[in-house]
Write a protein that binds this ligand. Structure first.
Ligand SMILES: NC(=O)c1ccc[n+]([C@@H]2O[C@H](COP(=O)([O-])OP(=O)(O)OC[C@H]3O[C@@H](n4cnc5c(N)ncnc54)[C@H](OP(=O)(O)O)[C@@H]3O)[C@@H](O)[C@H]2O)c1
Length: 243
């Protein structure tokens, strides 16, 4: 594997994922821009390169086995391995999603992308990550997945809107993150969940109050943890997020 640190960010063509790619790229890292749409991916790669980032496009639909397998081959050919995986891609599944009236397709879509997609990409990339001296995995979660916050607050700024698909998919992702940390505890792989805060992006119709750059900061911190850093945790800028 080369001396250059290589990261792959899923859903990196826009929003928080783009800013994670830009932030890690600014460290001099080589950045795989994972995105499912060719035009949006190439536009993001061009923009990152214009900003001086060593970016390369990785066609990647996290819900598709064939696409993910091809992404592994591409990253291996380009970089020989992988140091950091940021599982950022996610969807709401479509709103509204009140529990009693939800279209089940919304639940399936949210879980397929936000949970199963993360497991699919992580397991496919693990052989490459295991070759790294300091592998890191960051799962982009959300504070709305915190059961503690959901049960302690009715403030939509804390809990998000009623959602039986998106918010529980992030709770599921948090639980998945803990299970990975347990299995990988005797390796050098650190895996953590991140909450970016309420960020103005397509995901929420740009109603968020933080910038994508601000939202990216916690993922960048977890992607650059020292070897004695935490694993199996859930963090935001201010510190630990309660489960
Ligand atoms: N915005 C917030 O306030 C907020 C708060 C808490 C957590 N988060 C989390 O932060 C992460 C980034 O969200 P965001 O706000 O930046 O949303 P966004 O602007 O909607 O970006 C989501 C990204 O995920 C990609 N994506 C969706 N499904 C995909 C798939 N099947 N395969 C590959 N890529 C896929 C999208 O690609 P396309 O362009 O092709 O759709 C897009 O690049 C998500 O995990 C989200 O849950 C966001």
């Amino acid at each position: 594997m080369s001396q250059t640190t290589t990261a792959l960010v899923t859903g990196a063509n826009k929003g928080i994922g783009y800013e994670i790619a830009a932030g890690l790229g600014a460290l001099g890292w080589s950045i795989g821009v994972g995105a499912r749409d060719d035009a949006r991916r190439e536009a993001a790669v061009e923009k990152l390169r214009a900003a001086g980032v060593d970016a390369f496009g990785v066609p990647l639909d996290v819900t598709d086995d064939t696409s993910v397998a091809a992404a592994v081959r591409l990253v291996e050919e380009r970089a020989g391995g992988l140091d950091v995986l940021v599982n950022n891609a996610a969807v709401t599944g479509g709103m509204p999603q009140e529990p009693t009236t939800v279209d089940l397709a919304a639940v399936r879509t949210a879980v397929e992308t936000n949970v199963i997609g993360v497991i699919r990409v992580t397991n496919a990339m693990l052989p490459l990550l295991r070759r790294s001296a300091s592998p890191r995995i960051v799962n982009m979660s959300s504070g709305v997945g915190s059961l503690t916050r959901q049960t302690a607050s009715t403030d939509e700024l804390t809990t998000g809107p009623l959602s039986v698909a998106y918010a529980p998919s992030k709770t599921f992702l948090n639980a998945v993150t803990i299970q990975y940390a347990k299995e990988l505890r005797d390796t050098n792989i650190l895996i953590n969940a991140a909450c970016p805060g309420f960020v103005a992006t397509d995901l929420n119709g740009f109603r968020g109050v933080r910038t994508p750059e601000q939202g990216a900061a916690i993922a960048i911190r977890l992607a650059t943890l020292p070897d004695d850093g935490p694993t199996g945790g859930f963090f935001e800028d201010a510190g630990v997020v309660p489960w």
